[in-house]
Design a protein. Structure first.
Length: 94
C-alpha cells in the first residue's frame, strides 16, 4: 500500500449539510439559453450549514441587493427588513 493510499484510508469524512434561501426560483428559459445576466436570477438571502457530528448549525442572512418578492417571503419567512443592513453575497466573476 502506498503512503498516499494509507493516508487516504485513515481520513474520516463527515457530512455537512447546506441550505440556501433565495429571492425566488431560477428562470429556466434564460438559464438554458444562457441569456441575461446573473442579476436576472434569484439571489441568496440566507445561507445555512449543519454539522450532524457536532450538532452545530451555522446560519447567516444576506442582503440580496433587491426586494424579496412576497411569494418568496411566504415560503422562507425572511423579509426585506430582516436583510436590511446585512452584507451582500460576494460572487467571483472569474
Amino acid at each position: 500500500m502506498t503512503t498516499a493510499l494509507a493516508a487516504a484510508s485513515t481520513i474520516r469524512v463527515r457530512p455537512i449539510f447546506y441550505d440556501t434561501e433565495t429571492t425566488g426560483l431560477i428562470n429556466l428559459d434564460k438559464a438554458r439559453k444562457l441569456t441575461g445576466s446573473l442579476d436576472d436570477q434569484p439571489a441568496i438571502v440566507e445561507f445555512s450549514a449543519f454539522d450532524p457530528s457536532r450538532n452545530e448549525t451555522f446560519s447567516v442572512l444576506i442582503n440580496p441587493g433587491r426586494k424579496i418578492p412576497v411569494e418568496a417571503q411566504m415560503v422562507h419567512h425572511i423579509s426585506n427588513a430582516d436583510v436590511l443592513g446585512k452584507k451582500p453575497f460576494r460572487r467571483s466573476e472569474e
